[in-house]
Unconditional design. Structure first.
Lengths: 1048, 426
């Protein structure tokens, strides 16, 4: 493969750079430093293998410094077919195949084979740096470098890889030592196994422990049984001791019993009964004493009572007086009040009556009609009068308002009258308007007149000239004048019309247009009616002048027409001026002045009109108001008449009712209310008088009754009635009280007598019963009875004691053993029993100790068994062991992978050396011989050594260290070339790029190197970059087909 | 022995096997104390799940078809725990019928324990018939234990055929029906052997994966109650069987507390460690959502071609990733523990291209191919690795490498070399 064209769009310092028509296999790029040689090398690499995806570089490498798209294209020839590779930074590969179709990465890989960017960089392209690096390496490193080249990877050496593999498998395992991972794991496994074994051993003691536990439990049961028996014996002895006192009691009681007289019969109930009866009797006797004493006291009280029977006879009357005493007192007090009240009311009534009329009295009052109908009549009249008065009042207000309005109108009229003084009454609006019209016409046509005058003057001059110039001129006919006049009239009329409707400007415009038309018409018609002739003898200016006129008649006609027009216009303007008050045709400034004056007058005229209009309105209004005023007054008069009629009618009524005439209904109603009041007072007064009479009678009656009673009872009559009544009451109360007490005493005495009877009777019964009991018990006296009773109690007590003692003894011994126990007790002493008890106690304690010891042993054994049960460590140990073993197996596989990797690498290197090295060396030594000028003919490396040796022509062997730097570089260069040649036996032959690698060679060696390249180009296209001009010459000399491209 | 039951016309029972109490979890390389404790209790936890299931479902009896313990010298702790379970069943008046298997033959050591009256252990000399009496009918259970560890004879041949007087008959045996690659053949037999006896149900043990060999009559391996290594993934438990003469219904019930999740995860397209962690997180979350009541132990094989391949060759990187996931786990409650991440990824390189390059790397690839092709050449490699595997410790503690494994390791060695050369030049 060879590159035919290089096309750089933008890459580093290159912009739109082309190296085209590369036909040679030796291409030399010459340029000074920083001309872009390395950039070019990189460009070629990128075209083949793409932009490297180098992350985080800033700026991106080889960005176009001079603009252009970052990239370009290469044209290639491979197997006589043309390919184009195009790449840009931002786009995908564009590969144009020989067929013209677009290829892809797959097609490109066919071109470059398995070579990738690294391989290309390492093998096919190298510069001085690689040579210089190589110079510092030892043999093995060189070998490795070679093999690194052989791997196509330059960033890691084989020795590094070998070293890493070795360290990794040693990290995992060494036959000796503790630190490697596996060694450590083995150690752990051993420990865990030992722990597990120990644990399993402990578990096997479980059965033995169980057996021990059972035997201890059995023995303890036996001891417990023995202890139980001893406890029983102990209890027996203890019980004997416990019942010893009872037994003694039993024996003594029996002995005493024998000594007591036996009583065959005694009823215990009798004892209680007699006791109760005696008690009861004593109690009753005590009661008798008390009753008797009480009775005597009552009799004494009876004798001390005081009772007035006479007062008691008049009891009813006294009660009556007492009951009515309050009323008497009240009546007595109220009669005075009533009397006073009657007096004051009489006075008030008289006063009120007098207020109605001087001769009014109660009699008259009673005869007056105070009916409802009367009151209604009065109210009706009152309402009527009120209504009419209100109407009159409203009418007065309206009349007042009307008068005010009329006054206002009159004031306004007066004001307008004053205003009119200052306005000329002779102003005639129409005249003013006429003047405005005239002014307008003056404004419009005065300038026209002036213009006409000017034209006329000019035309006259022209006519004079014309006449002198043109004598041959024939003026034919004349155009009709009437169209012009018509247009003129139209112009005037429309101007007036426009002015009237307020479109003055538009009117002026239209007028101007029409006037212009007139002029144009005149001009054209004159022109058409004359035949223009030319005089050859005229000057050109004259000819031009004549050309303006068809004939002399033209200008005359102009003049004539203009004069006529002027005449008319002047006449018209004079008329207009006259209207405006001018005697002559004024100047425009005068016209304007006039217009202003007229405007003022027009305003005044308008104002006058307004005033007149207003006055008319006011007059109408004034008239209207006056009319209203008159009507109101008439109405008011009618109402007043009605009022008078009503008053008259009412007076008649007053008279008939003996009231003062002249009173108004309102006044009468007021009086009416007073009369009503008097009437009420009169009635009240009457009732008060009746009441007074009643009270007086009542008081008197009471007095009489009281006096009579006092007299009958012979009491003091001089006391006040009230006091006497109270005294009577007191006496009566005393007597009544005494009577009541007497009754009570008598009653109590009777009750006491009854109680005494009952008590005596009961006492007799008790005595009878006591006697009966005594006879039953066969005793005569109570004393005997008590003695018998005492004996009986004692007997009973002894028997109880005997019974109790027996019961206690039986309780401990049981009925079956009772006699035996008694016998035993009978045959032993307390001391003997005590001794036996102690012995048994000691024995029991001894057995308890033994049981306790056994219990401890049992507890310990159970604890051990529980520990075995609960100790689950064996499972965890087993699990750990399993896990560690797993890990060990896993790591062992990893170790195996690394150690096998090391072996593989070594084997591969060895094989590579054996199989590939000879070819590489053979190829290399050929170049080395050429480069060194056949000074060195052979390169070789012993199989069992990593040395690289060279042999000179004399057969001397040297290793690399013995070579000069330049020769060593040449050696490496040769080796590299040899490797390239060997490599591309199985790969496409890409272009080789040398970047000024001969710079350290002397001339001879450099020439020889170029010579060697001449051989190389048979198989590969070679690019050589240099900045040395001598190398250019050398190359061209040695390789005539060299194509040189200069980089600037 | 005759037992009474309250059920009328139907009975229900639990069929379980291969408890392997106290069996350690294998396949776990990195373990801490807490995890060790958790795992060591896993078989017991699953056993008690089974017991409580039986109590909740109020079954009539429980069948244990062998390998209750993991070792013929049964650990004391496991025996006592099993005793505790039996006592619980006894309190609920549930019978237990037990045959022993190859892992726990009768000849092994057993502690002297007082078994409650609901426990019925079949002897190892000949098949026994034990009758479970219910209100409506009797159930005859025919079983036989392993006397010794290795039973190569077909014990089924010794079993009696179903009698006409036996309305319902259940066979209980630890055996190998047909060929099961994962287990040694103990008491080998065939389906035909079992069918010939005309039993209504065969409760088998020995195969750890729950399997229904036949539906009518049911011939079932209940499988083990707890998976103990990565090969025992999936649900583990027992069967709840209801016999409503003549209908028989059986449903699988999960009892395991720890679930194994083993998967191959492809790293194709992943470029960074964070991508890997995100992918792992997603996968773990999926598994977690499926197994809401179990703890999970994960083992993943990373495959595919990725730039991460060389990074993942570093064990420290793998350890850090594992630490990242595992450190946050609360082992006292439901947890997810990634035990292992095996890197089987490769750099995105074309091996064939390398082979064609005619450089050192191509030589390596060719060498590997030569070794792979020739068994004799492997001998040389066996010698290389023998420094470890034939050492005293290696022989005692390591599993030997076979040819298949060596071939795999050889490829790994090749990858190591290629990674070394290529990882720095990307």
């Amino acid at each position: 493969m060879r590159i035919e064209n290089i096309n750089i769009n933008g890459f580093g310092k290159f912009n739109s750079y082309r190296a085209e028509g590369i036909s040679s296999n030796c291409v030399l790029f010459y340029g000074p430093n920083e001309a872009g040689k390395s950039t070019l090398l990189e460009f070629i690499r990128i075209m083949f293998f793409g932009f490297s995806k180098v992350k985080n570089t800033s700026p991106k490498p080889y960005i176009p410094l001079k603009g252009g798209r970052h990239g370009g294209s290469l044209s290639l020839i491979s197997k006589d077919e043309k390919y184009v590779i195009e790449r840009y930074d931002t786009t995908e590969l564009n590969l144009i195949l020989p067929t013209g179709k677009i290829g892809d990465k797959h097609d490109l890989s066919k071109l470059v084979g398995s070579i990738d960017s690294n391989t290309f960089e390492n093998i096919y392209a190298f510069g001085l740096k690689e040579l210089q690096d190589f110079n510092t390496l030892n043999d093995e490193a060189i070998q490795n470098k070679l093999y690194s080249a052989g791997t196509g990877f330059k960033s890691i050496s084989i020795s590094d890889v070998k070293s890493k593999l070795n360290s990794m498998h040693r990290f995992y395992y060494k036959p000796k030592g503790k630190k490697p991972v596996l060694n450590e794991l083995f150690y752990k496994i051993k420990n865990l196994k030992a722990q597990y074994s120990e644990h399993v051993g402990k578990i096997e003691s479980y059965d033995e422990l169980q057996t021990n536990l059972e035997s201890c439990l059995n023995e303890r049961e036996k001891l417990k049984a023995t202890r139980e028996d001893l406890y029983k014996k102990f209890d027996f002895v203890n019980n004997l001791l416990y019942v010893w006192d009872d037994w003694i009691n039993l024996v003594s009681s029996n002995a005493t019993l024998d000594n007591i007289k036996k009583i065959s019969f005694f009823c215990e109930k009798h004892s209680d009964e007699i006791t109760n009866l005696v008690k009861r009797k004593e109690h009753l006797e005590h009661q008798v004493e008390e009753f008797t004493k009480e009775k005597q006291e009552l009799i004494l009280d009876k004798e001390n009572l005081l009772i007035d029977y006479d007062v008691l006879d008049y009891k009813e009357e006294i009660y009556q007086l007492v009951n009515y005493l309050e009323k008497y007192i009240a009546d007595k007090a109220s009669s005075k009040q009533v009397e006073l009240k009657i007096a004051s009311e009489k006075q008030e009534l008289d006063k009120l009556l007098k207020s109605i009329s001087y001769d009014w009295n109660r009699e008259k009052l009673n005869n007056t009609d105070f009916s409802i109908q009367t009151k209604e009549f009065i109210k009706t009249k009152q309402l009527q009068l009120n209504s009419l008065d209100n109407k009159v009042s409203d009418l007065n207000s309206e009349i007042k308002l009307l008068n005010e309005n009329i006054d206002q109108i009159n004031a306004k009229l007066e004001s307008n009258k004053n205003k009119r003084k200052y306005i000329n009454p002779n102003l005639i609006t129409v005249e003013i308007e006429g003047c405005f019209e005239a002014i307008f016409n003056l404004r419009t046509f005065i300038p026209e007149l002036e213009k006409l005058n000017n034209d006329l003057d000019n035309w006259r001059k022209d006519a004079a000239i014309l006449n002198t110039l043109v004598q041959r001129k024939n003026v034919n006919g004349s155009a009709p004048v009437w169209p012009a006049i018509l247009l003129l009239i139209i112009a005037i009329l429309q101007a007036i019309y426009m002015y009237t409707i307020g479109l003055l400007a538009e009117g002026a415009l239209i007028s101007g247009i029409l006037v212009g038309s007139i002029i144009l018409y005149i001009y054209i018609s004159n022109k058409n009616n004359s035949k223009p002739t030319t005089n050859k003898s005229l000057h050109d200016e004259d000819k031009k002048f004549l050309d303006n006129f068809e004939s002399p008649y033209d200008i005359d006609q102009y003049i004539t027409n203009a004069e006529e027009k002027k005449k008319k216009l002047t006449s018209f303007l004079k008329e207009q001026a006259k209207i405006c008050g001018f005697d002559f045709i004024p100047r425009l400034s005068q016209v304007e002045q006039k217009a202003k004056e007229l405007q003022v007058e027009a305003d005044k005229s308008a104002e006058l009109n307004n005033i007149q209009l207003e006055e008319a309105e006011l007059f109408d209004e004034n008239r209207q108001l006056s009319e209203n005023l008159r009507e109101k007054k008439v109405e008011k008069s009618n109402i007043e008449n009605s009022i008078n009629d009503i008053i008259h009618e009412f007076n008649n009524w007053l008279l008939s009712n003996k009231l003062n005439t002249g009173l108004l209904p309102t006044q009468v109603l007021e009086i009416y209310s007073i009369i009503q009041t008097c009437y009420d007072k009169n009635a009240n007064l009457s009732s008060k008088e009746e009441e007074y009479e009643q009270i007086s009678n009542s008081v008197q009656s009471y007095k009489n009754k009281t006096v009579k009673l006092i007299k009958d009872l012979k009491m003091n009559p001089n006391q006040p009635i009230e006091v006497s009544v109270r005294l009577l009451k007191e006496k009566l109360d005393l007597s009544e009280k005494g009577q009541a007490q007497l009754d009570l005493i008598v009653s109590n005495i009777e009750k006491l007598d009854k109680k005494l009877d009952v008590t005596y009777s009961e006492i007799n019964n008790i005595e009878s019963r006591i006697n009966m009991i005594l006879s039953l018990e066969k005793v005569t006296t109570l004393k005997e009875f008590r003695k018998k009773e005492q004996n009986w109690i004692e007997l009973k007590k002894l028997k109880d004691e005997i019974k109790t003692s027996e019961h206690r003894i039986r309780r401990f011994t049981g009925n079956e053993l009772f006699n035996e126990i008694l016998e035993k007790l009978n045959n032993t002493t307390y001391g003997e029993l005590e001794l036996e008890k102690n012995e048994l106690k000691e024995e029991i304690e001894r057995i308890n100790d033994m049981i306790e010891t056994l219990s401890n042993t049992i507890g310990e054994t159970e604890t051990k068994i529980n520990q075995l049960i609960e100790n689950h460590q064996e499972s965890e140990i087993q699990q750990n062991l399993k896990s560690v073993s797993e890990k060990a197996n896993h790591i062992s596989r990893k170790w195996a992978a690394f150690i096998l990797a090391e072996k593989l690498l070594n084997n591969a290197i060895s094989k590579y050396e054996h199989e590939h090295q000879p070819e590489v060396v053979t190829d290399a030594q050929k170049f080395f011989s050429i480069i060194t000028g056949e000074k060195y003919n052979r390169i070789y490396s012993p199989l069992d050594s990593s040395e690289i040796l060279v042999e000179d022509c004399s057969g001397n062997h040297k290793d690399i260290q013995q070579l000069s730097r330049g020769t060593a570089e040449q050696l490496y260069l040769s080796l590299r070339i040899g490797f390239i040649l060997h490599f591309q036996k199985y790969n496409p032959s890409l272009p080789i790029i040398f970047d000024d690698v001969f710079v350290n060679f002397d001339n001879t060696r450099a020439q020889n190197a170029f010579k060697a390249i001449n051989d190389l180009i048979k198989t590969n296209q070679v690019f050589y970059f240099t900045c040395h001009p001598e190398h250019v010459e050398m190359c061209k000399e040695k390789i005539p087909s060299t194509q040189v491209f200069e980089l600037v | 022995m005759v037992n009474e039951s309250n059920s009328a016309n139907s009975i229900s029972f639990i069929h379980a096997a291969d408890l392997h109490l106290d069996s350690p979890f294998s396949g776990i390389a990195e373990i801490n104390q807490k995890l060790a404790h958790k795992l060591s209790n896993a078989t017991f936890d699953s056993f008690f799940n089974l017991i409580y299931l039986a109590i909740r479902k109020e079954v009539n009896f429980v069948l244990f078809a062998g390998d209750i313990y993991d070792n013929q010298n049964k650990s004391l702790y496991s025996q006592l725990q099993f005793l505790k379970g039996m006592e619980l069943l006894n309190e609920s008046k549930i019978e237990a019928y037990i045959v022993h298997g190859n892992h726990d033959p009768l000849s092994g050591w057993s502690a002297h324990l007082n078994w409650p009256e609901n426990v019925h252990i079949f002897n190892g000399k000949e098949p026994e018939v034990k009758v479970f009496k219910s209100n409506g009918f009797n159930v005859h259970i025919v079983g036989m234990s392993y006397q010794e560890h290795h039973i190569k004879d077909n014990l089924v041949k010794q079993f009696p055929a179903k009698s006409k007087k036996w309305p319902l008959t259940i066979g209980l045996l630890h055996c190998s029906v047909g060929n099961h690659g994962e287990h040694y053949s103990y008491s080998p037999c065939t389906l035909n052997d079992l069918n010939q006896l005309n039993y209504d149900y065969w409760a088998l043990g020995h195969v750890h994966t729950p399997s229904i060999l036949q539906n009518n009559p049911p011939i079932i391996y209940s499988g083990n109650t707890q998976g103990r290594h990565p090969g025992e993934t999936g649900e583990r438990g027992c069967y709840l069987v209801k016999m409503d003469n003549p209908q028989i219904k059986y449903t699988f019930q999960s009892t395991s507390t720890i679930y194994w999740d083993c998967a191959e995860l492809s790293l194709n397209g992943l470029n960074s460690e964070s991508d890997l962690i995100e992918m792992l997180n997603k996968h773990i979350q999926t598994v977690k959502n499926e197994q809401t009541d179990k703890s999970i132990i994960c083992r993943y094989k990373l495959v595919g071609k990725s730039k991460l391949s060389s990074i993942l060759n570093d064990e420290e990187v793998i350890d850090n990733i594992l630490k990242y996931f595992n450190d946050d786990q609360n082992l006292d409650s439901q947890f997810i523990w990634i035990d292992r991440l095996r890197n089987h990824t490769k750099l995105p390189i074309n091996r064939q291209n390398i082979a064609q390059r005619q450089d050192l790397l191509s030589e390596i690839v060719k060498l590997v191919d030569e070794y792979q092709a020739n068994d004799d050449d492997l001998t040389e490699l066996f010698e290389t690795v023998s420094t470890l595997f034939n050492s005293n410790d290696g022989k005692r503690f390591l599993q030997p490498i076979n040819k298949s494994e060596l071939r795999t390791i050889l490829y790994e060695a090749e990858d190591i070399i290629l990674d070394q050369f290529m990882e720095n030049d990307e």
